[in-house]
Design a protein around this ligand. Structure first.
Ligand SMILES: [Zn+2]
Length: 234
């Protein structure tokens, strides 16, 4: 998959952390592809359960031990389960504070919780926190609020879906606020919708964005890559 992605000019891979059950596999992948695969560190909102403080302690240990390009994925997910909504908010805020402390950006996951997420981020954005709202799927108003905080919108395969509405939102957003992403293995772009996603499919998202913006794919690649470099400080 990495070879195929490189053939299609995807050369760097930011790996989202989930929880202690996947940290090691992620870090091993990074070790196998130095300079190509970059592990983030964080506790995903879907993994915030009764034991979340223990999970957070592990994240804190890792952040203190070595450099990471970002704290992520962190955020709020009220779609699957709201049992631990309060704990999710607590974990989210704690991890945003760590990102500030280590002067690194955050990669935010938000589902069925956009308003709560934007409100929570605002306080930290005022203190200089930067980052990405990954797999952005909000409204034009949400996008405006996110951009006003200096954050970027992560755009993936959903952009290619008929009736997703994201194409209309993206039409009105400057490309200087966007980064491309796959969310692989999820959210494969058309023509692979419903199949396992992989990084080489990023080109379909880039193609679609180029068509919406009426610019070349090369321009899409150049600007979104520069945005990513700015965020992750490469
Ligand atoms: Zn996510």
């Amino acid at each position: 998959m990495i070879a195929r992605a490189e053939t299609d000019q995807v050369t760097k891979f930011y790996l989202p952390a989930i929880d202690s059950s996947t940290h090691n596999a992620m870090l091993m992948l990074e070790e196998k592809y130095p300079g190509k695969c970059m592990a983030m560190m964080g506790l995903h909102p879907c993994s915030v359960k009764a034991d979340y403080l223990k999970e957070l302690a592990l994240v804190e240990t890792w952040l203190a031990k070595r450099q990471f390009p970002a704290v992520g994925e962190i955020g709020l997910d009220y779609y699957w389960d709201k049992t631990f909504a309060a704990e999710q908010m607590d974990a989210f805020k704690i991890q945003m504070q760590w990102a500030l402390q280590y002067k690194i950006p955050v990669v935010i996951h938000t589902r069925n919780a956009m308003a709560e997420t934007i409100t929570a981020v605002k306080e930290y954005a005022h203190k200089g926190l930067k980052g990405i709202f990954h797999c952005f799927s909000g409204t034009g108003k949400d996008a405006e609020a996110i951009i006003a905080m200096g954050f970027y919108l992560g755009i993936g395969g959903v952009l290619t879906y008929k009736n997703s509405g994201i194409d209309k939102v993206v039409e009105n957003i400057g490309i200087e606020h966007l980064v491309l992403e796959t969310d692989a293995p999820y959210l494969s772009p058309v023509p692979f919708r419903g199949k396992r996603n992989e990084s080489s499919y990023l080109k379909y998202v880039a193609d679609k964005l180029a068509a919406i913006k009426n610019i070349s794919v090369d321009d899409v690649a150049a600007v979104t890559t520069a945005n990513a470099e700015k965020i992750f400080g490469m």
